[in-house]
Write a protein that binds this ligand. Structure first.
Ligand SMILES: Nc1nc2c(ncn2[C@@H]2O[C@H](COP(=O)(O)OP(=O)(O)OP(=O)(O)O)[C@@H](O)[C@H]2O)c(=O)[nH]1
Length: 413
């Protein structure tokens, strides 16, 4: 016994004990990391990678049609798994930002619409000349067209202004301003329902997340808008998952992950550039359903190489997502500065996906606010949000009155 005790006190025994402890530590690490890679263990890490294809255990209502199967190209042929992403810097509770609440945003951003105000100033300047001739009306028409109001809306507004200015024979500037405000507001249509449909649908007795698909041409601000919208939803205390189905540009997924991290929202993504977007979208909704979140927001690429490829791709993304939960909203992101070009794109996207609302970005610093009216008229769907800057909270629900007031200016304007 004494010999054993003295052996335990010897340096060799200490070395051996340390070696055994290290070995046990290594074995525990290996066991934990292999468990994390298990396909069924979807971790609640800041990011979740999408599999190459929907999971093999996808429910019976998973896509069946060949055309609806997320693509499994050579790079996509890996075994379908849900892997934990390379650990993203973990967002500690203290580093998570508190986004600005919705109320008052349009008010705060009102000054950003100042350039749209140049339209109001130009028209008011002419209208208050009194005794308007053909050249004056042409000047007004030109201003409206430059502001992207579109031909039809310009004609409607011109007629209304001519009639009212003649009938009321007004020269008083405040009254002219009031007439212009009323007529513009009628064009913007304050009665349209601009709320986002975030009601969680019931399917076969279970409550699914509200699914929102973002579409639009590259560069319009889709990814940024998904990030800003996530912040709005977080501010409204909703649980959210983002889907990075813009697999065309690898940086888009990183960009989205950064937006997500800032407000503690997870992102479903694929590490492979060019992975099948429908697969990522499918997985994002599946993840949202399994975590029982309130909203799944999915970003897409929207390259407009050719109309039929784009329509096929977006149509497929939407069909595949619908296998998991119905798509509640398809928001088309349009860059206000692209004017009538943007209108043509809008029509293609609307045809492909059935757009339910428009987000007009970059309205700050754009004198082309008239596009609000023309795009609503062309698609018959409302502008629901406006982007008014590059800041994280520079997205506001579109408020027709605030918008028209910004264009027409105050009485002192
Ligand atoms: N001034 C201003 N800039 C904006 C607004 N919204 C987005 N942007 C900027 O527009 C640029 C493009 O935005 P992204 O979100 O990357 O555009 P995208 O449509 O996702 O582009 P792809 O990923 O290439 O399809 C970025 O520099 C954004 O900061 C806005 O409302 N105002």
């Amino acid at each position: 016994m004494d010999a054993f005790i003295s052996y335990l006190q010897s340096p060799w025994a200490i070395v051996i004990a340390l070696a055994v402890a290290v070995l046990i530590g290594v074995l525990i690490r290996v066991a934990v990391s292999s468990r994390r890679r298990s396909p069924d263990d979807v971790s609640l890490q800041p990011q979740v990678q999408a599999p190459a294809e929907p999971r093999s255990d996808a429910p019976a209502d998973a896509p069946r049609d060949e055309a609806d199967q997320p693509r499994a190209g050579p790079a996509d042929a890996a075994e379908p798994t849900v892997e934990e992403a390379a650990p993203a810097p973990e967002a500690s509770a203290s580093s998570i930002e508190r986004p600005e609440p919705l109320r008052g945003r349009m008010e705060r951003l009102r000054e950003r619409l100042a350039s749209s105000g140049s339209l109001g100033r130009a028209i008011l300047g002419v209208l208050s000349r009194g005794q308007l001739g053909a050249a004056d009306w042409e000047e007004i028409e030109e201003s409206l067209l430059i502001a992207d109001l579109g031909l039809e809306a310009t004609d409607t507004l011109m007629e209304a202004l001519k009639r009212r200015v003649a009938v009321e024979s007004v020269t008083d500037e405040a009254r002219i301003r009031e007439i212009l405000r009323e007529e513009l507001l009628a064009l913007v249509d304050p009665d349209m329902d601009r709320s986002m449909n975030l009601e969680r649908p019931q399917v076969d007795g279970s409550t699914k997340p509200a699914v929102v698909l973002m579409v639009g041409v590259n560069g319009t601000g889709k990814t940024t808008t998904v990030g800003k919208l996530a912040r709005i939803l977080v501010a409204e205390e909703k649980s959210v998952i983002l889907g990075a189905a813009d697999t065309f540009r690898a940086a888009a997924a990183d960009q989205l992950a950064t937006w997500g991290e800032r407000v503690g929202v997870d992102v479903v993504r694929s590490e492979r550039e060019g992975a099948d977007p429908a697969s990522v979208a499918f997985e994002a909704v599946r993840e949202g359903v399994s975590r029982d979140v309130d909203v799944v927001l999915v970003d897409t690429a929207g390259r407009l190489q050719n109309k039929s490829t784009l329509m096929d791709e977006l149509g497929k993304i939407k069909r595949v997502m619908t296998k998991q939960a119905p798509v509640s909203e398809v928001l088309l992101v349009l860059d206000a500065t692209t004017g009538q070009n943007g209108m043509k794109q809008a029509e293609v996207f609307a045809e492909a996906t059935g757009v339910t609302g428009i987000v007009l970005t970059k309205l700050d610093g754009s004198a082309k606010g008239g596009i609000v009216v023309s795009v609503q008229r062309a698609l018959g769907v409302p502008v629901k949000f406006v982007g008014l800057g590059e800041g994280a909270d520079d997205l506001a629900p579109f408020d027709p009155r605030g918008f028209v007031d910004a264009i027409v200016g105050s009485a002192q304007g």
